[in-house]
Design a binder for this molecule. Sequence first.
Ligand SMILES: Nc1ncnc2c1ncn2[C@@H]1O[C@H](COP(=O)(O)OP(=O)(O)O)[C@@H](O)[C@H]1O
Ligand SMILES: N[C@@H](CCC(=O)OP(=O)(O)O)C(=O)O
Length: 380
Amino acid sequence: MTEREGSDEAEIRSRVAQARTMVVKVGSSSLTDLHGHLDLGRLRSLVGALASAAVNGARLVLVTSGAIAAGFGTLGFDERPGDVATQQATASVGQGLLMAQYETAFARYDLRVGQILITARDTTHAVQYRNARRTLCRLLDLGVIPIVNENDALASNEIRFGDNDHLSALIANIVSADALVLLTDVDALYTEPPSRPGAHRISFVPDVAAIMDQVDAQGSVSGLGTGGMSTKLEAARIAAASGMPVVLTRADLAGPALAGDRVGTLFAPIRPRGSSHRLWIKFASRPRGGYLVDQGAVKALRGGRASLLAAGARSVQGEFSAGDPVWIHDESGHQVAKGLSGYDSEEAQDMLGLNTKELRRRLGAHYAHPLVHRDSLVLV
Ligand SMILES: Nc1ncnc2c1ncn2[C@@H]1O[C@H](COP(=O)(O)OP(=O)(O)O)[C@@H](O)[C@H]1O
Ligand SMILES: N[C@@H](CCC(=O)OP(=O)(O)O)C(=O)O
């Protein structure tokens, strides 16, 4: 490690310690016993660590898995069910039991909790995203700890998070968190699964994008969690690219991790935080169609802070409404940017290739605007 990295790490750890708003994600593997059932001892000690941060003034959001673990025993199953319908039913039974345990555990510290169940769809639509933000922020203002899980009972198979890692990074964006803490059953990120003899522990990652190819991040080994290390790295990438530090460590090290002590793996933020609107476009929105644009437009967009003008657009792909997220592709079909379209796909067809003057003359003043305004456009 270089001297500069050492001092960067210390400075970023202190940012974690001073974080006003923090999202903490705990995985199924850290809340369960050997048989996969919810382990109340583990849940209570996690709550103890979170409560002392909350009592010291941190605004915490807890993203927690564990609904299926809490539900399958009660339903008389010997193990976590494998099929989606039974998993969803089990989660529906278990979610209430899980919340009851959290409620009781936090109440010991005189702390109130509120439940938020979210589907991937809630984060891909701008209106639902804003609603989620409003409710979460209000809960935090009221001194409540929001407890978030995927709405497993209703999540549709084609579009679901599955693991809660990605969800936690989006929640961190939604509440404009100052740090994200990922708690799991392994003490840190390793160069490869820690069960392998050659695996080395990584304590500081200055650039998460650069490390993605160098680490062998595998899926869940325990069979209790879902995403494994690859989804945690992806969550760390989203959070770091959104300007917040990320700590990844074992759940029993939650206290020191939140206090900024040198535990687990620290991921440095990549750049200062962008606006929540642009972060939503970048990480959460799911375009339904888009524009294919010429080389001049690609150059202007890549140059920074340019809008996509109709003059540079060659074709409209798919169907979408004004305000919907769209891809912007170059002529070879590569993704260049993502943004919100100012027009619906049918209107945009008539605007292709026209400059502002021609748009005004032929179609009227309403059409003399960019297809995608630069304030609603992010490069990918
Ligand atoms: N490169 C790696 N470094 C650390 N852990 C890894 C790596 N690759 C795979 N893993 C595995 O990822 C697991 C954590 O993921 P998972 O079981 O999904 O946990 P959670 O329920 O907390 O989301 C660890 O138990 C570990 O064995
Ligand atoms: N949302 C589901 C579990 C998802 C899951 O296992 O996620 P993770 O622990 O992040 O790998 C539940 O509450 O049981």
